[in-house]
Design a protein around this ligand. Sequence first.
Ligand code: COA
Length: 164
Amino acid sequence: MSVSRETALRFERLRIEHIGPLLDIDAEAYPDPWTFGMFQQEITNRSSHFFVAFAEDSVAGYGGFWLVADEAHITKVTVVAPLRGLGYGREIMAHLLEMGATLGATVARLEVRESNSRARTLYERLGFEATGVRHGYYARCPEAALVMTRNLAGKAELETGLTE
Ligand SMILES: CC(C)(COP(=O)(O)OP(=O)(O)OC[C@H]1O[C@@H](n2cnc3c(N)ncnc32)[C@H](O)[C@@H]1OP(=O)(O)O)[C@@H](O)C(=O)NCCC(=O)NCCS
């Protein structure tokens, strides 16, 4: 991984007091940002495992997944704009995949905008493959969503995939 930075991330489960700052980050990062209520649902939804990543005391990013049967469905992964390209996205994804595998998921799945080449590269480097296309997936964006999937079977395989 071509990354140069000194701070490892610290993860906390999403709490209500985290949500305010995440709204601004989400508004910058997405054409269809989440509302306060949508983040709040990630706290109350028992299928949701949603984390805020801190570099020292500042929010560096956040991400989560829903555990549905044996699938970890990644709902979001975001790095604050000034810290993109430093490997934090990969570190957040690694945390989500490890948590998913620990909780019994055997497969991870997500949707990504076709034009989002940075995110697609990140997922491909982590072993995800395109497995489908969903047209009309985004409410406020005419683009199709690419569905990407990776196997989580076996902790050893997961660790190999994450250290490539
Ligand atoms: C997508 C996102 C989470 C990636 O996080 P990041 O911290 O910038 O990514 P990383 O630094 O961990 O880079 C991951 C990989 O992408 C590659 N990459 C970095 N910048 C890139 C770019 N501009 N274009 C293509 N690939 C790029 C890196 O080479 C890296 O691969 P490597 O680790 O094998 O070298 C972040 O850019 C982001 O928050 N974007 C806005 C929100 C978003 O689009 N989220 C995804 C929704 S599906």
